[in-house]
Design a protein around this ligand. Structure first.
Ligand code: CMC
Length: 433
């Protein structure tokens, strides 16, 4: 990646009476950054920023978020336009390569991904080792990492062609693995990919078809699935993406790095929130119970899952598209009277007019409506984060590739403020206590 950072003056700080001048850098849009790389060398102090609330960890040209305005751009294109006019594979190409493909490039890319969807036959036996009731995310973490044991010929991170093949393999094979994790949990036979189907269509047929019957993918549901994948494809330097970059900074192979991203995504503050949000709506059960539930949130007994975001201090633009998708899916399936949708709409209305949420700028995020939609499509809640991981795989790879190709890249190695014991002498066990 060629750096596009420009200079925008300098900032000075005074540390222990010493004045230090630091460069201020400018990106294309968004806040400037103070370049503190020389601070420790010149002053002997570190900066302290747990949770990275004020720290830009890298230069990136992939995704931009303006959290105050509720804007999300992939390579400059607004998420709403991509969700309406594009397809997931086109978005994958865009994220990986920086530009929208020509018709010929898209055809070639689609052909490549489609023809990498099968996994090694021996890989299927890997699933049999899991308990029947294993969480599908546990299977995902292991199976994605295990790809590095099957595809040795694309693990050399210094080889451009191997990096590209590993990227294509993961985008193509993660749906196959995700569908197998689902089939394994419900005790149905694995279904092979079908090359005449689109990416989302193929995924739905691998999840929902059985050998005993013909299965026709509902085009409205396939379109909705594809759009859900687009909405989740990348999101700047979030926790799992930063995990992928940190893992990759040591030179670890791409399959292992993406497995690290899957592990991080699993947490309920991140990708696990969609599962938690649906569980929450179920536990509320009826609109009459909302005031009591909201009071519990305000009393800090629990959080309103699917609300709030570290970066968005406005309506998450993905949540708007997701709400519309929820309506489309429920209408198509004749479930527009779904009690959970009623609870969600009323909960959103009440929360958005309550001072607790207004003053903290807490708005619905992408997970608020995704659970209802995926549940209506037939996915159990344990699969929601798996679907998020499937879609985010391309974002993780694009970010990983960008990091590897960045000449400024170094192994990620934060420092700390140490508050443990200073140096002391070892005490033999018979002299302790
Ligand atoms: N319900 C109730 N209160 C909340 C919530 C919530 N969902 N989120 C934040 N707050 C409160 C929080 O208690 C704090 O209040 P106070 O200032 O009085 O102590 C204030 O709002 C600021 O919160 P914070 O914890 O400093 O915010 P953060 O930026 O560290 O956390 C978050 C962001 C996403 C972890 C948090 O909003 C949250 O836990 N939300 C619920 C989980 C969720 O929906 N996660 C999905 C995020 S979108 C998908 C993804 O990208 O992974």
């Amino acid at each position: 990646m060629e750096s596009k950072v420009t200079s925008n003056g300098s900032a000075s700080i005074s540390v222990g009476g010493k004045e230090v001048t630091l460069p201020v850098l400018k990106g294309s849009v968004g806040p400037d950054v103070v370049d503190i790389r020389k601070l420790y060398g010149e002053t002997d102090v570190f900066t302290f920023d747990p949770g990275f609330t004020s720290t830009a960890s890298c230069e990136s040209q992939i995704t931009y978020i303006d959290g105050d305005k509720g804007i999300l751009l992939y390579r400059g294109y607004p998420i709403e336009q991509l969700a309406e006019h594009s397809s997931f594979l086109e978005v994958c190409y865009l994220l990986l390569n920086g530009e929208l493909p020509t018709a010929a490039e898209l055809e070639q890319f689609t052909h490549t991904i489609t023809h990498h969807t099968m996994v090694h036959e021996q890989f299927d036996r890997f699933f049999q080792g899991f308990r029947r009731d294993a969480h599908p995310m546990a299977i995902m973490v292991s199976a994605v990492g295990a790809l590095s044991a099957f595809y040795h010929d694309s693990t050399n991170v210094h080889d451009l062609q191997q990096r590209e093949i590993s990227a294509h393999r993961m985008i193509a094979k993660v749906p196959t693995i995700a569908a197998r994790a689902f089939k394994y949990a419900i005790g149905q036979p694995f279904v092979y990919p079908k090359n005449d189907l689109g990416y989302a269509e193929n995924f739905l047929q691998m999840c929902f078809s059985v050998p005993a019957e013909d299965y026709k993918v509902n085009p409205i549901l396939a379109k909705a699935m594809d759009r859900i994948f687009i909405l989740h494809a990348d999101h700047e330097q979030n926790a799992s993406t930063s995990t992928v970059r940190l893992a990759g900074s040591s030179g670890a192979n791409p399959f292992a790095c993406i497995a690290a991203g899957v592990a991080c995504l699993w947490g309920p503050s991140h990708g696990g929130a969609n599962e938690e949000a649906l569980n929450m709506l179920r536990s509320i059960g009826h609109v009459d119970n909302i005031p009591e539930f909201v009071q519990g949130v305000k009393d800090r007994k629990y959080k309103l899952m699917g609300f709030g975001h570290r970066v968005y201090k406005n309506y998450d633009p993905r949540a708007k598209v997701m709400q519309q998708t929820a309506h489309e899916v429920l209408d198509e399936l004749g479930k527009h009277d779904d009690p959970l949708l009623k609870v969600a709409l009323e909960l959103e209305r009440i929360a958005l007019s309550d001072d607790y949420f207004i003053s903290r700028k807490l708005y619905p995020n992408v997970d608020f409506y995704s659970g209802i939609t995926l549940n209506a499509m037939g996915f159990p809640s344990e699969m929601f984060t798996v679907l998020f991981a499937l879609a985010r795989t391309v974002g993780w790879i694009a970010q990983w590739k960008e990091m590897i190709e960045d000449p400024a890249q170094k192994i990620g190695r934060p420092r700390q403020i140490y508050t443990g014991s200073p140096s002391r002498d070892f005490v033999p066990v018979d002299k302790r206590g």
